[in-house]
Design a protein around this ligand. Structure first.
Ligand SMILES: C[S@@+](CC[C@H](N)C(=O)[O-])C[C@H]1O[C@@H](n2cnc3c(N)ncnc32)[C@H](O)[C@@H]1O
Length: 200
């Protein structure tokens, strides 16, 4: 699995940041929030596709990933600004302690990679770490995804997503169902919810 992730990082790490992150950052900018005063957690950061964008925009970032190659790849990136406020945590996001009072929890294509029995505590931990007005930008998987049934991944029905997001203000919501290829070259039916939501 480790070498699989390493290939994934090589393949995707330098691509443009995810649209959900950009959608969240655009909203912060419109509110006039100061990046110097802003702290994001990037859960499942990989080698920094989104973390790099946050750092370039002047945010402080806590990047969390359980793969040593992800954290090594992130800290060795050549495209980070000279002055960065980056803290990395090597560990499983369902187990590590999150910083408090953060403005954004970003988790691109990583948050579902946790067993369903661990997801509720993880979600509560995310909500607790955010200040009021803070945002979550993430992908979650729907129950028509080809990987459904894998006990290490959490999937949501429409009702499940509605209940999960009910306490939040939904700012961006896109449901995607496509037949495609994974970055590792395997055919897959994707069922993905792309989400930006604000803690009230
Ligand atoms: C599909 S990659 C996404 C990487 C990056 N966020 C992106 O958008 O390209 C998922 C990442 O989540 C990490 N990951 C998966 N499960 C995790 C867990 N339970 N705790 C911490 N990191 C995890 C993997 O090591 C991997 O780097």
């Amino acid at each position: 699995m480790t070498s699989d992730w390493e290939n994934y990082y090589k393949e995707t790490g330098l691509r443009a940041p995810r649209q959900t992150l950009i959608a969240a950052l655009t909203r912060f900018e419109k509110e006039g929030s100061d990046p110097d005063e802003s702290h994001a957690i990037d859960l499942g950061s990989g080698n920094g596709r989104d973390t790099a964008e946050l750092l370039r925009r002047g945010w402080r970032v806590t990047a969390i990933d359980s793969e040593p190659a992800a954290i090594a790849g992130l800290t060795q990136r050549q495209d980070l600004p000279e002055e960065t406020r980056l803290n990395t945590i090597l560990g499983k996001f369902e187990l590590v302690e999150f910083p408090e009072n953060v403005n954004l929890v970003n988790s691109s294509f990583a948050l579902p990679l946790v067993a369903p029995e661990d997801f509720p505590d993880l979600w509560n931990k995310i909500l607790y770490s955010l200040i009021p007005g803070g945002r979550i930008s993430c992908q979650l998987y729907g129950d028509k995804d080809d990987w459904r049934g894998n006990p290490t991944i959490t999937f949501f029905s429409h009702d499940g997503i509605s209940a999960l997001l009910n306490p939040l203000e939904i700012e961006f919501f896109e449901e995607e169902e496509t037949d495609g290829t994974t970055p590792r070259g395997k055919h897959k039916h994707w069922h993905i919810f792309h989400i930006v939501a604000r803690k009230i």
